[in-house]
Write a protein that binds this ligand. Structure first.
Ligand code: G6P
Length: 375
């Protein structure tokens, strides 16, 4: 076990730290060497059916549901196909309306989650096309879907999912660009440029994992270890990251946390804010013009109530947010649609270290299972 952890104290930390490497693996053979366009060869046979879809329904549980939610923003934004995102446990029991020209995508690290598997069976029975975005090769979900895209991120051992989340988001990103290109929403020149930007992601993740950044996140975690409640806010593509980051903290540190769309704060959580309440706000600036100003004003509202703001931003937002927030964490700037892949990384580390300072059993938190094979 010590060898497998590669010298790290926990699998979770190892899996966070290996994201640059495994995301490169996830991209392997997915950029066409001749054309430079993104490709997902395992979907070639079903691509026409996906392009003709009436809508795409993404079904999943837990962290995989959060990556599915990023998928909705991506596929509607770039691919211009209507998308719904469903909790598999709800979908399977509410007699969903399904049509033969629907495409049901399930995202699953293990490929064995009982509710997600059942969602596929229902979709298969209705004659919809089913696709799996799965990590574990040969798993039940991989076997029962019409086509599978594997994450290629290697085995994930820590119960709290980290690299499988970024792997799923990366696959959904590639799918969205391919769909948008194939249906004419993205030009050839844009498709080439987008493929290049996607390829830069592993290096941008590596830029976050420098010894200086790690030390500063660790210090920040030490200062936050006794907080009893956290709020995570994000807007647009980063709203699902707020949900996922809150889940990560709950899972490993047993601290209560809520993720919210930044603007929804006014409709409830704002009443909870006081000096005791750390509020992690994802607020990248470059390429996020419209959203940045709005999220910035949410930060001001938190500060006005003495909340302790931890801002995740980029170089462009650093100086501005330093005047408002207690802590500023800088991540490399990316196009808006790629930002979840970088903004989630410091928040994964924050959850990890808060849990470690609190002495939690990080790789197998109480009451949680890596794969929920019963309903
Ligand atoms: C469990 C795990 C989570 C995971 C969820 C869905 O709750 O603890 O980390 O996100 O199941 O699992 P799946 O394997 O389908 O992604």
């Amino acid at each position: 076990e010590t060898i497998q952890k590669n010298g790290y104290k926990h699998f979770m930390l190892k899996e966070i730290m290996e994201q640059p490497k495994v995301l490169r693996e996830c991209l392997r053979s997915r950029i066409n060497e001749q054309t430079g366009f993104l490709q997902l060869p395992s979907l070639d046979n079903v691509m026409d059916r996906i392009l003709a879809a009436r809508r795409i329904i993404i079904c999943a549980c837990g962290t995989s549901w959060h990556s599915g939610l990023v998928g909705e923003y991506l596929i509607e934004g770039l691919g211009r196909i209507p998308v719904e995102v469903e909790y598999a446990s709800e979908f399977r029991y509410r007699s969903p309306l399904l049509f033969k020209d629907d495409v049901v995508i399930v995202t699953s690290q293990s490929g064995e989650t009982a509710d997600t598997l059942e969602a596929i069976r229902i979709a298969n029975k209705a004659g919809a096309l089913t696709l799996g975005i799965v990590n574990v090769v040969g798993s039940s979900i991989a076997r029962e879907t019409s086509a599978v895209v594997y994450l290629q991120v290697g085995p994930e051992i820590g119960v709290a999912s980290t690299k499988a989340f970024t792997g799923q988001v990366l696959v959904l990103t590639m799918l969205a660009v391919i769909l948008g290109h194939r249906n004419g929403n993205i030009t050839d020149a844009e498709a080439l440029d987008y493929a290049r930007q996607v390829q830069e992601i592993p290096d941008k993740v590596a830029e976050i994992l420098t010894p200086e950044n790690l030390a500063s996140l660790k210090r920040l975690s030490a200062s936050l270890r006794y907080a009893k409640n956290f709020l995570y806010l994000g807007r647009g593509f980063n709203f699902p990251v707020a949900l996922e980051s809150a889940l990560k903290l709950k899972e490993v540190s047993y601290v209560h946390a809520e993720g919210y769309p930044a603007a929804e704060m006014k409709h409830g959580p704002i009443s909870l804010i006081d000096q005791q309440m750390p509020v992690c706000v994802i607020a990248p600036k470059r390429h996020h013009e419209g959203n940045y100003e709005k999220v910035r004003s949410n930060i001001q509202e938190v500060v006005a109530r003495s909340g302790n703001v931890i801002a995740i931003t980029d170089e462009d937002g650093r100086a501005d947010l330093a005047t408002l927030a207690e802590h500023v964490m800088v991540v490399p700037s990316t196009a808006e649609w790629l930002s979840p892949l970088v903004s989630c990384i410091p928040l994964q580390l924050l959850s990890y270290w808060i849990a470690d300072y609190r002495g939690c059993e990080i790789d197998s938190p109480r009451n949680l299972a890596k794969s929920v094979t019963v309903e």
